[in-house]
Design a protein around this ligand. Structure first.
Ligand code: FE2
Length: 298
């Protein structure tokens, strides 16, 4: 078997509003659009993924929360209705997805080797969380590429931040090893918002974009600073200030997907391509791409 590789990583946040704004047939609520700049950003990401022709998409979601260890979807086909508990008025989505169980099992085994508690999720009726579904829909609405879904152990929330992120670093390294042995061409998706300060009331028309803007100016400034560093390829500097960013901007990268993805990619000091930035209920969201294959050929 040929050696597998991580083709690219994407920062691919999961506000369900983006699915709601798009009106795909799988989502029951209807909208008059909204959040176009972010949806146009995802159109660019979709095009990149189309060209990369990956065998598998791996996604780490902050909204599949498992207190005991890191879990992996472990059923070959999962279907059902995913509902956002905070925004059930916007997201009631009928999903039907194929899981790359072999690779998921390999990731779990490699994680165990590195001292993590890992577990396969074998419930055939499992309702996949809206974070996983939204990110996957936004990058590949055709649903024709198998996926590996990884839960959020949320260790950075109940261990110290450093300890928690160190676990995510190990999970990333385990993921990379498993992909290499698998022979797959893999794309990684870190399903994270940046600044997570948000409004507490929804406008009468949720998609009324005259009401949409950053909730917090300092948080916005933080997002711009982090994005500029990522666009410049200053990965090491970003990780140096990540704890401060997390604490001051209440950043959702705390849940670990961002660290997992960069650890798996080997923290490349390459410029990230910004596809777009926008707010959703005041939170900061960037769609960004790190194309490892392209950067290796330059
Ligand atoms: Fe979230």
């Amino acid at each position: 078997m040929s050696t597998g590789k991580i083709v690219a990583g994407f920062l691919a946040p999961h506000p369900p509003h983006l699915v709601y704004g798009e009106n795909p047939p799988q989502n029951e609520p209807r909208s008059r659009g909204g959040w176009e700049p972010l949806r146009w950003a995802y159109e660019r990401a979709r095009q990149s993924i189309e060209e990369m022709k990956p065998d598998v998409l791996l996604v780490h979601s902050p909204h599949w929360i498992t207190q005991q260890g890191h879990h992996f979807l472990g059923v070959p086909r999962l279907s059902g209705r995913s509902v956002d508990p905070i925004f059930p008025n916007l997201f009631r989505y009928d999903f039907d997805l194929e899981v790359d169980v072999e690779l998921a099992e390999a990731c779990a085994a490699e994680g165990h080797e590195l001292g993590l508690y890992t577990k396969m999720m074998r419930n055939p009726d499992f309702r996949v969380d809206y974070g996983t579904i939204t990110t996957l829909h936004m990058v590949r609405p055709q649903w024709d590429i198998p996926v590996v879904g990884i839960s959020s152990n949320n260790s950075p929330y109940y261990l110290t931040l450093d300890e928690g992120l160190e676990e995510m670093d190990r999970l990333g390294k385990a993921t990379a090893k498993a992909i290499e042995k698998s022979g797959r061409r893999a794309v990684l998706l870190a399903s994270n918002t940046l600044c997570h300060h948000h409004f507490h009331e929804e406008p009468a028309i949720p998609e009324d974009m005259s009401k949409e803007h950053p909730q917090n100016y300092e948080g916005y400034l933080w997002d711009v600073r982090i994005i500029e560093m990522l666009r410049a390829g200053r990965t090491r500097d970003v990780f140096d200030i990540l704890p401060q960013f997390i604490n001051e901007a209440f950043a959702e990268v705390k849940s670990g997907g961002f660290t997992w993805m960069f650890a798996a990619m080997g923290y490349p000091e390459i410029p990230g391509e910004l596809h777009g930035y926008g707010t959703v209920i005041g939170t900061g969201n960037a769609v960004m791409e790190w194309d490892l294959e392209k950067s290796a050929s330059i």
